[in-house]
Each structure stands twice: as C-alpha cells, then as structure tokens.
Design a protein around this ligand. Sequence first.
Ligand SMILES: [Zn+2]
Length: 218
Amino acid sequence: MIPELVYMYSYEKLLLENKNWAEEKKADDPEYFERLSHLQSPEFFWVGCSDSRVPANEITGTQPGEIFVHRNVANLVVNTDVNLLAALDYAVTYLKVRHVIVCGHYGCGGIKAAATKSDFKPVLNMWLRNIKDVIRHHRDELELINDEEKRIDRLVELNVQEQVYNLAKTTIIQRCWKKNQRPDLHGWVYGLKDGLIKPVFEMKAGTHIDSLYEYDDL
Ligand SMILES: [Zn+2]
C-alpha cells in the first residue's frame, strides 16, 4: 500500500489506487489502454452475484476485455428485468459471445434470505420471490436434505440451473441458437471457502427445452 493512503477517506484511496494501477499497467505494456480502448470482443457473458467476494475477472484469472459482466443479487435471470436483458442482447447479438455463464456461489446471502419467512420489505421481497419459486419447484428434493447448510448449498446449485433455463427461454438466446449455433450456456457455483468453481449445469446451443417456451417464428 502507498504510505499516504493512511490519511485518506476510504473512497479517496480507491482513486489513488486506480492511478497506481493504471501506471503499473502502462509500465508493463505501454500500448495496453490504447489497444483496449479500440476493441471489445469478449468471448464470455457473465451473470454473477453482486456479492463483493465474487469478482468475475479475479476468480477466473481474466483481464479487462475478456468477460462482459452483469451482476445482481443472487445472479437471477428475470424475464422482466430490462437491465439484464439489454446486457444479454448486447453481449449475444452485438459482441457475439460464445458462452454465457451464470455463476452463483455457496453461502449466498440472497439465497439464504429467500429460504426464510422474514419480511425484507417490498423491493427485496419482490426480487427474492424469484428464488422462492425455485424452492417450490424443487421442494421434494430439497426437503430430503436434513442438514441446513447442505440444503442451502443445493438450493444455490438449483437456482443456477433455473437461471440457465431462464436464459434458454428468451428469444434473444433462441434466435441466436437458430441463426448462429451459439452461445453455449453454463451454470457454475463458486466456493467462498476454497476459491474453486464447480460446473453444475450446461446447455449446449440448440438444446430443446419444454416446447411451451420454444418460439418457431424467430
Ligand atoms: Zn450472492
């Protein structure tokens, strides 16, 4: 850490660390920013949890420019979420990503909260309701798990799986599957305790889902 950081407000430290970072990057590779500013062609679109402990680039050893990222509480794909859908459309249609990754994490506060009966007031209740639907959908399997931590861990995995399904239900994904045979969809779970990512679900481009959700006039 730089010595003068001790006397600063926390947010000022961020700005100074940023200057430091930019200088180090430039020293390593003088063309670094010039190159990145002209081209963005990531291969991956990432839907992750907003949790500060799960930074997409850091845990995957990737650099700026390699992953197009969207994050929200408990990494949900909600079909009325214009923010998520705009990012998805841009990534799939314009950046032409080859893989979409939904990455949840064990110990997710959003998932834990949704499994309780607590009232978190309207906005959070609305958001967490989507996870309660996942619980109801998989109630039989979840109720067989007696250990609470293990049950929540499994819910984290099932939530990721359902969000991958939700991606496949969108016309954005279905149209791209039909026309370009991409992207593949991946469901991953990150472990806060060991730093490792576990792949839990995958859907290759063109996979058929319940025909109720399939559009034939894309
Ligand atoms: Zn989380």
